[in-house]
Design a binder for this molecule. Structure first.
Ligand code: ARG
Length: 456
């Protein structure tokens, strides 16, 4: 039975009922719905809006219902209109008229707004914990590879030498910001809409702060119309999650490249790669590709909710029921992506020698070679040109800067002497980049130490 009988002479058309119902997806908020009701009923009792004894009976029975759902003794009736209807119906089934008093001074509009806040606060914590673990894996790998020289790229062209540890730490920085954003987002999420009623508050003497406090929330929504209409906190969360997926997706793209034969910088563990049904030699990075692909779902969720909300008049409109499926999907997707990616990275083998030989081939020490001339007094622009000529000569004649004979250096610029080979040595090039945040192994270790302090 729906909650809104009385005015109606007919039951809702069967197909329309299915169309209208949200229980198939909002049943996952059962626990939060009960928690919210417990706080509401406790507050009603304290304020004398319902008898204390009735409040206690409601609270005890709600707790029984939660326990029975948890143990599997009670199953959710999937024909109910939504989870709120089901819980209230079950309560009334168990304690009769007392159950019918629970909804005093409350509407499903403030109830659902509360449930979603409570649910998403928990999910945000889960995602945050997963990100923390993921960052720990990155930090460990970065520490192991803080001195593994690899080419750094711009335009996907070998540019200047970095270390694998340094490269990984770029992702640690992004993910630490993601954690920071999530915690900021929680501040606006942890606010209670209870007491907003359907839209216009209530005539009962509620203690809104009290029920908020019982729920561990930091305050109450300051306007009842906004309290039931606001889904900003969901949009914010989906924006944060979209950025998490942007970061994962870029990382995934690099993993895919790095395990190609063209790069061979890493080798994925067999447990995190797949084969081909026809090509026996294949070992595919499907997991990384799926993470990259699933970013689309999360961005889609954000776009869906923005579009649902953008033209809605105040206050509650049923359109807003569309907030849940996409948000739940986004939350689930991010959680599984972070966990799987983390395990994939942890078990991946880093092929340091291949990274190093790639770094040795692409003239990535050309800037250091020019800097060497600058230190000898040549203006940078002239030094740049001289090294450009050397690189062209090397390419035509099959040399690298390391293998080019010294006399060839001299022909281009008199200032070159045997010291150039030390200046362009890859380890020295990396060590020299010792600016804060730079790739020098020492700097990477410092960066890791700082990140460890932040990743708590
Ligand atoms: N299932 C609804 C939702 O998710 C609950 C609120 C129903 N309120 C109403 N006025 N019909 O939004």
């Amino acid at each position: 039975m729906p909650l809104w009988t009385g005015r109606f002479k007919k039951q809702l058309d069967k197909k329309t009922n299915d169309f209208n119902s949200s229980i198939s997806f909002d049943s996952r908020m059962a626990r939060q719905d009960i928690t919210g009701s417990v706080a509401h009923a406790t507050m009603l009792g304290k304020q004398g809006i319902i008898e204390k004894s009735e409040s206690e009976k409601i609270v005890a029975t709600l707790k029984d219902i939660a326990a029975d759902l948890e143990s599997g003794k009670l199953e959710i009736d999937m024909t109910a209109e939504d989870i709120h209807t089901f819980v209230e119906g079950e309560l009334t089934k168990r304690i009769g008229d007392s159950g019918k008093r629970l909804h005093t001074a409350r509407s499903r509009n403030d109830q659902v707004a509360l449930d979603l806040r409570l649910y998403l606060l928990e999910e945000t914590d889960k995602i945050d914990a997963a990100l923390k673990d993921f960052i720990d894996v990155i930090l460990k790998k970065a520490e192991e590879n803080h001195d593994a020289v690899m080419p750094g790229y711009t335009h996907l062209q070998r540019a200047q030498p970095v270390t694998f540890g340094h490269h990984l730490m770029a992702y640690a920085s992004m993910l630490l910001r993601d954690r920071d954003r999530l915690s900021d987002c929680k501040k606006r999420m942890a606010v209670s809409p209870l007491g907003s009623g359907a839209l216009a508050g209530t005539t009962y003497p509620l203690d809104r702060e009290y029920s908020a406090k019982l729920l561990g929330l930091s305050g109450v929504c300051s306007n009842s119309l906004d309290g039931v209409s606001d889904r900003d906190y969901v949009v914010e969360l989906l924006s944060c999650l979209s950025l998490v997926m942007v970061h994962l997706s870029r990382f995934a793209e690099e993993m895919v490249m790095w395990c190609s034969w063209e790069f061979k910088f890493i080798e994925l563990d067999d447990a995190f790669s797949t084969g081909s049904s026809i090509m026996p030699q294949k070992k595919n990075p499907d997991i990384a590709e799926l993470v990259r692909g699933k970013s689309g779902r999360v961005f889609g969720s954000l776009m869906t909710l923005l579009t649902v909300m953008k033209g809605l008049p105040l206050a509650y409109n049923k359109d807003m029921q569309e907030d849940k499926e996409v948000t739940f999907d986004a939350v689930d997707t991010v959680l599984i992506c972070v966990d799987t990616f983390s395990a994939m990275l942890e078990t991946a083998k880093v092929l340091r020698n291949n990274m190093r030989s790639a770094a040795a081939k692409g003239f990535i020490n050309a800037t250091d070679c020019a800097d060497y001339l600058v230190k000898k007094g040549l203006p940078f622009r002239d030094a740049y040109k001289a090294v450009g000529q050397l690189v062209a000569f090397c390419i035509e004649n099959g040399y690298t800067l390391e293998t080019l004979p010294q006399e060839e250096y001299k022909k281009v610029c008199e200032l070159f002497d045997e010291g150039v080979f030390e200046a362009i040595d890859l380890d020295n090039c990396v060590k020299g980049r010792a600016v804060k945040g730079g790739p020098a192994p020492q700097c990477v270790l410092e960066e890791i130490e700082n990140a460890k302090k932040l990743n708590v």
